[in-house]
Design a protein around this ligand. Structure first.
Ligand SMILES: [Zn+2]
Length: 162
């Protein structure tokens, strides 16, 4: 079981991006701090428009650059600060992983060059009140997929979404 903490400032970044994107899918990578045994706090995300194959190479380059900056800022303390996974929006349907999502996450977690023990997929959307709704799943190299808990907010001001 893994808990994914989304701090308030990051929630604001996601909300603003979702509102700006409207019905277009957006997404990027999650960079996180390991804050507890099974708890990861998302520190930074990248935000890209999804779907356009032509922009895919640029998307990866942009994400790699951001990841490198993140590692520099956190003194290459990979045990504590690292790549955690991916996020994207489902503006028009439920924020649950699709078949394609499952396949692409398995590719990431089984990719030897990525070398991850697991990877998290966060899927978000705006609910009918314009607030953030979403799910998180953890993918394992053996093909397993486990539902994870999203914790909105910081200590003392949290609410959980299963
Ligand atoms: Zn999806």
């Amino acid at each position: 079981m893994l808990n994914l903490v989304l701090p308030p400032d990051l929630i604001q970044v996601i909300l603003a991006s979702l509102r700006e994107a409207g019905q277009r899918e957006i997404g990027g990578i999650l960079m996180a701090e390991h804050v507890g045994q099974n708890e990861f706090k998302v520190c930074e995300i990248t935000v890209h428009r999804r779907g356009a194959i032509a922009s895919f190479v640029r998307l990866i380059e942009d994400a790699v650059g951001k990841l490198r900056q993140f590692f520099q800022r956190t003194d290459h303390d990979y045990k504590r600060f690292n790549y955690l996974g991916e996020w994207h929006s489902h503006p028009l349907f439920e924020p649950m992983p699709s078949n394609t999502d499952d396949i692409s996450m398995l590719e990431i977690v089984q990719d030897k060059s990525v070398g991850a023990n697991f990877a998290v997929l966060l899927i978000v959307k705006l609910d009918t009140n314009g607030q953030l709704a979403g799910t998180a799943h953890t993918y394992l190299p053996d093909g397993g997929r486990v539902r994870s808990t999203i914790i909105f907010g910081d200590q003392g001001n949290q609410f959980r979404l299963q």
